[in-house]
Design a protein around this ligand. Structure first.
Ligand SMILES: Cc1cc2nc3c(=O)[nH]c(=O)nc-3n(C[C@H](O)[C@H](O)[C@H](O)COP(=O)(O)OP(=O)(O)OC[C@H]3O[C@@H](n4cnc5c(N)ncnc54)[C@H](O)[C@@H]3O)c2cc1C
Length: 308
């Protein structure tokens, strides 16, 4: 069995494309490790067009419901499967999954989004989920009335700090450079809170503790002076890494691993493979953008298949 199209990824990009593919009766296989994508951890999302507000879990549930409603002769759904490789074969392309399954398609849409960048500090991996976390909205309430740190200086870091200020005793933000990448208004608002402090121009170099996080060590980037701060929780918000490892042997990626695309069509540099959403070189990362980009890809794939 050779599908017309294999869509990889169950975030807004993959799901939007799959709904369109099913309605256009393309013989489609949709494969995802999980439903919903990155904002599944959000307490509330206020900008998913057409819905005043909903939680990340509700968004994921809606994606699943919408796609299941289109499941049938033209759309097959495999969830809980991670794609581990993508290669060229005579019929088009072959994917392999971590469940040892193989599927072939004439065309492929990669919509695997991105994950969190890890901090390169000593013991950071040892304390992951033992006080060191990558999600303030998921784990923040566990640190009520405690001193915590946020690492990063972009909007995600400041938004995490804002959430934590609602229940933590103090929040100290550590930023690598002298300036913050976050919007000026957000920075100003967050730093005004008396429970908030920010340390600039430093690298966090070590996480301290026995069973759980008890503190961190940071180094001034100019003077090399090292200091320690006692905290019970560390929230890391230093950026994203595209989930593109499994395509690196077939698709040209940029220096940070994003799939290069033509923004008019979402075509990658390999004929027959399209990509959309946060896994690509697109500049802005939003649910609506990912979904829109994927719909653009799908229109182009449909045209491509039907004009060959
Ligand atoms: C904490 C947080 C809050 C956010 N809040 C908002 C918000 O309020 N509004 C907004 O518009 N945007 C928000 N964003 C940004 C938004 O979530 C992303 O821009 C969007 O999710 C990107 O969608 P995507 O489909 O490209 O990828 P993702 O959402 O990353 O989805 C990728 C999907 O691919 C699957 N996958 C990954 N690798 C594989 C593989 N090898 N095989 C199979 N499946 C795989 C994953 O399981 C996932 O389902 C937020 C992001 C974060 C991190």
């Amino acid at each position: 069995m050779i599908y017309d199209l294999i869509i990889i990824g169950g975030g807004p990009a993959g799901v939007a494309a799959a709904v369109y593919a099913a309605r256009k009766r393309l013989k489609t296989l949709f494969v995802t490790a999980e439903w919903g994508g990155q904002s599944v951890v959000s307490e509330q999302i206020y900008n998913w067009i057409g819905t005043v507000s909903l939680s990340g879990n509700e968004l994921a549930e809606n994606f699943k419901k919408h796609l299941k409603a289109n499941e049938g002769e033209s759309l097959e759904i495999k969830s809980g499967e991670k794609v581990t490789s993508l290669e060229k074969v005579d019929a088009g392309f072959k994917i392999k999954t971590d469940g040892n399954k193989e599927f072939e398609g004439k065309t492929v849409l990669v919509a695997t989004g991105s994950g969190r960048k890890k901090i390169p500090a000593k013991n950071a991996d040892k304390f992951e989920n033992k006080g060191l976390t990558y999600c303030a909205s998921c784990d923040g309430p566990l640190f009520a009335d405690m001193d915590v740190a946020v690492i990063g200086g972009g909007n995600a870091a400041f938004e995490s700090a804002a959430q934590l200020l609602a229940y933590c005793k103090s929040v100290t933000l550590f930023n690598r450079s002298d300036t913050f990448k976050a919007d000026a208004i957000t920075v100003e608002k967050v730093l005004k809170n008396p429970k908030m402090a920010a340390v600039k121009n430093v690298d966090v170099i070590e996480v301290k503790g026995e069973q759980f996080v008890e503190g961190l060590v940071y180094r001034d980037r100019d003077t090399d002076e090292e200091k320690e701060l006692k905290v019970a929780g560390i929230f890391v918000e230093i950026g994203q890494i595209p989930n593109t490892d499994f395509v690196k042997n077939i698709l040209p990626l940029d220096e940070i691993g994003r799939i290069k695309i033509d923004p008019w069509t979402q075509k990658t540099e390999v004929p027959g493979i399209w990509a959309a959403g946060d896994a690509t070189t697109v500049l802005y990362h939003q649910n609506n953008i990912a979904a829109g980009d994927a719909v653009r890809a799908l229109e182009d794939i449909y045209l491509d298949i039907n004009t060959k």
